[in-house]
Design a protein around this ligand. Sequence first.
Ligand code: PEP
Length: 268
Amino acid sequence: MNFQEQKYLIVANWKMNPADSAEAKTLFKAIKKETAKIKNVEIVICPPFTQLLFARLPATGCRLSANLKLGAQNCFWKDDGAYTGEISPKMLKNLGCNFVILGHSERREFLSETNQIVNKKIQAALKNRLKPIVCIGEKEWNVNDFDFEGIKTQILESFEGIKKTNIQNIIIAYEPVWAIGSGQVPSENDIMKAVILIRRLFTEMYDQKIAQKLKILYGGSVNSRNAGNFISNAGINGFLIGKASLNAGEFVRIIKAISEDKQTGNNE
Ligand code: PEP
């Protein structure tokens, strides 16, 4: 793919913020205004469930566009039924979501979400034409060797029974757990190593063409100072961003760092 055709994907994970929907609208509008002319970056905002509706309501002025889309941070694996407190992928689709983050490390840690649960959610999301952003990553940084075994298990179990034809609609977010919200980041080489191993595994599970086309994001303490280097040197297709996505100025700087960086072209 030549660099002019490349499109990076930047996903904002607002987590359980902001508590106030007026603040959410202000944040959304600021991001929209500052990124309106950017063509080579697709931006996906994933607010909390309670704030998903505002982007659909013309009165809020937060309309979605070709480059600005909506995602959710989680979903259940059934379309409807007696599942108190859950939100289905069908509901998310009806609200205008195109993406859903699945298997985030915070859900794995605090809500005991397993690879088997992630697998059911991937299938349910795909059935409802939502693109799953599947989070994987090692818990600890190993100085001596990159430990791929845990990541391999996460992928093999989460993708059990997922058909080849669906992989083009799935995004992998490589998020070393130790880097999330910590201010610590892996080197570009280490991210590249993880990306190569993930593509190798997808080649074994599916085929090389699918593995090469697979969109892989990096997530964990991304900011406007490290984003350009990661995009240029780590072989990734974009970012999943937590903390920095709650600051419109910083989030927009990250997006601009990537859009100005397009000529380096590692997004094959
Ligand atoms: C995340 O929670 O997915 C994340 C990447 O967070 P942060 O950017 O704050 O490290």
